[in-house]
Design a protein around this ligand. Structure first.
Ligand code: PLP
Length: 371
């Protein structure tokens, strides 16, 4: 029996998304740019999908542009966002706990002459509005901060920061990477105050290879992918219709946040009973729990659990082989980082999955004590 508890790395495609993708491949397979009937049918489907994703985001349909993934959305927002405002300044504010899609975009901009202030979060991994305002300069042209951290589940109050930035007279761009937040914590793009929001399909039970960038109405952002005039000239390339159809179908599903949050509470209880010395980060996201078993190596625990059909990850799936920059930034001791695991819950998880994890970790501990 499999117990998949790595839903922050990716999720299982839900049946509704798989069905929608199949329909877009086998029936509505026209190119939405073609003007004949088959193309018009595909265009209609594309428009409907955009409306569904926009509805889930709390945005207008015209504010949603489909991309290939969260990484592309981040790259586009940050690189083109900063470059297009370079006449006003070259300073950017971000944090030390961003995903690599953001970090590498910022490194790229530094090579182009931008200066980046990377804010340190508090011990819980949260970036405060005060620290953002404290870092603000007259030449700041971009602020980019993630809403939910993919390793710890820490939630940064993006609406509060947007409000404070406005109050401080900031006129640059505000981008948030909401890849781990979308459909997991409630927010509405039209109330959030961010100009640009990145989201991704495969974190919400759609398929891999689709994402979207919310571009607030009136915000000018030059294209990143050049070529045809798809997506109203904002993102070239024939739209990935099966993936987009899956994305929209996934957006229509009830995310069951309360159920996931109660599973997280059960998880904390079960783990502290099974492994009394376990450390857990107390964060607000309902679906991510970062734990650590000091004295252990994450890889050893992962292998031990895998043999019992339990899948969890070391930290972010994209950072294999390196010590987590996120856990370092929140001041976790190296020994604790080396024994850290991330558990990512989804609405398809059950208490049995959590029991299997708790029994696996308790088994590892007993084995070690018996040696
Ligand atoms: N941002 C965050 C916070 C993520 O967790 C991820 C993926 O793990 C990404 C961006 C990249 O998204 P994608 O895998 O769709 O490129």
């Amino acid at each position: 029996m499999e117990h998949y508890l790595d839903n922050s790395a990716t999720t299982m495609t839900c049946p509704e998304a798989a069905e929608a993708a199949l329909r877009a491949m086998t029936d509505l397979y026209g190119n939405p740019s073609s003007t004949y009937k088959k193309g018009r049918e595909a265009k209609k489907l594309l428009d409907e999908c955009r409306a569904d994703v926009a509805c889930a985001l709390g945005a207008a349909a015209e504010e949603v542009v489909f991309t290939s993934c969260g990484t592309e959305s981040d790259n586009w927002a940050i690189i083109r966002g900063a470059q297009s405002r370079r006449h006003s300044g070259r300073h950017i504010i971000s944090s030390l706990v961003e995903h690599d899609a953001v970090r590498e975009s910022l490194d790229y901009l530094e090579h182009e002459g931008f200066e980046v202030t990377r804010l340190r979060p508090d011990a819980a991994g949260v970036i405060s509005a005060d620290s953002v305002i404290g870092a603000l300069r007259p030449d700041t042209v971009l602020v980019t901060l993630m809403m939910v951290n993919n390793e710890t589940g820490a939630v940064t109050d993006i609406a509060e920061i947007a409000g404070q930035l406005k109050k401080a007279g900031y006129t640059g761009l505000f981008h948030t990477d909401a890849v781990q937040a979308f459909k997991k914590i409630p927010f509405k793009a039209d109330k959030l105050g961010a100009d640009l929001i990145s989201i991704s399909g495969h974190k919400i039970h759609a398929v891999k290879g689709v994402g979207a960038l919310y571009i607030r109405s009136g915000v000018k952002l030059p294209p990143y992918i050049l070529g045809g005039h798809q997506e109203s000239g904002r993102r070239a390339g024939t739209e990935a219709m099966p993936a987009i159809a899956a994305f929209a179908a996934a957006c229509r599903q009830d995310p069951q946040i309360d159920r996931i949050a109660s599973l997280k509470a059960y998880l904390s209880e079960r783990l502290s009973a099974a492994v009394p010395e376990i450390r857990m980060l107390d964060t607000a996201a309902p679906h991510i729990l970062s734990i650590s078993m000091p004295g252990w190596r994450s890889e050893v625990l992962m292998n031990f659990l895998e043999e019992r059909g339990v899948y969890v990850s070391k930290s972010s799936a994209c950072r294999q082989g390196r010590r987590s920059h996120v856990l370092e930034a929140i001041g976790m001791a190296p020994a604790a980082i080396d024994g850290a695991l991330r558990i990512g819950l989804s609405r398809f998880n059950t208490r049995e999955d959590i029991d299997a994890l708790a029994e696996g970790l308790s088994g590892a501990r007993m084995l070690a004590h018996s040696r």
